[in-house]
Write a protein that binds this ligand. Structure first.
Ligand SMILES: C[S@@+](CC[C@H](N)C(=O)[O-])C[C@H]1O[C@@H](n2cnc3c(N)ncnc32)[C@H](O)[C@@H]1O
Length: 261
């Protein structure tokens, strides 16, 4: 029975696909993020000298902020499964910041290596989030901190209301879920941390209101078009041109603690 579950888990992970892809648009979208704009929830836990892992670091802009926060006596390692993202991230030259290609399911680090593990906008794309969390727990030292953040598509605010835009959002959610992800990841982070043997220390939710809806509309429309969902993609772009359009994305962040041995 246990063997059958293992085979099923491996198959799910093999079928997993990262929905946004790594086009120039998607990469620039991620590179606009910083520790201040998207990682503020972890800032109270950062201390000089810490050794930190940023898992699913993308182009590394948040990791660079973490490296600045821990200072020259600290160290930050960013990992991402995409070589293209790690190649870009390596352009950030800071003495205490390094990057490696690796999957969250198989981290190339010894047990108890890090003081803090961080992951922003990764877990909503995983077919087996608890396996990812267990791997984070393994490389974290006892008493160490995990900070995770994911969107929750059940809480987005889009105005003015438009059925075609709702259709586009529904199509995008269906695509991400077909690829093995979970668009309600935000609300599930605490449960996944507990299943992975973490103590949940804190939960927060916030909205990111895009100053220009065209930016997020373009990012989503490109993915929809790649899979042939043309009309909803066009409707989303049109809607974003309205001066009154609001796209507010809900994010949930969770802080977990690894129990002392
Ligand atoms: C939405 S981006 C987030 C990037 C960055 N953390 C941020 O918030 O701007 C998710 C990143 O996770 C990476 N990724 C996807 N699946 C992964 C996996 N199994 N292990 C490690 N990284 C993965 C993708 O290549 C992508 O760069």
């Amino acid at each position: 029975m246990a063997q059958q579950i293992n085979v099923l888990t491996k198959t799910l992970i093999m079928l997993e696909q990262y929905t946004p892809g790594h086009s120039r648009n998607a990469t620039e979208f991620m590179a606009a993020r910083s520790l201040q704009t998207h990682g503020a929830f972890i800032s109270p836990y950062l201390q000089p000298g810490m050794k930190i892992l940023d898992c699913g670091c993308g182009p590394g802009t948040i990791a660079a902020g973490l490296a600045e926060a821990v200072g020259s006596s600290g160290q930050v390692i960013g990992v991402d499964s995409a070589e293209s993202q790690i190649a870009l991230a390596r352009n950030r030259s800071m003495a205490n910041l390094g990057f490696e290609v690796a999957s969250v399911y198989r981290l190339p680090f010894a047990d108890n290596t890090f003081d803090l593990v961080f992951s922003h906008a990764l877990f909503e794309h995983l077919a087996n989030p608890v396996k990812g969390i267990q791997e984070l727990l393994r490389v974290l030292r006892p008493g160490g901190i995990a900070g995770l953040c994911s969107p929750d598509w059940g809480g987005f605010i889009l105005s003015p209301a438009n059925p075609q835009v709702d259709n586009a959002i529904g199509s995008y959610r269906a695509l991400q879920e077909k690829n093995g992800g979970d668009t309600l990841a935000g609300r599930k982070l605490a449960g996944w941390l507990k299943e992975g043997d973490f103590l949940v220390e804190k939960l927060e939710a916030r909205y990111e209101c895009y100053p220009d809806s065209k930016v997020i509309a373009e990012y989503l429309a490109i993915q929809l078009e790649k899979t042939g969902v043309m009309e909803p993609a066009a409707a989303l772009r049109q809607w974003a041109l309205l001066p009154s359009s609001l796209f507010a994305q809900a994010w949930v962040s969770a802080i977990g603690l690894k129990m002392e041995e």
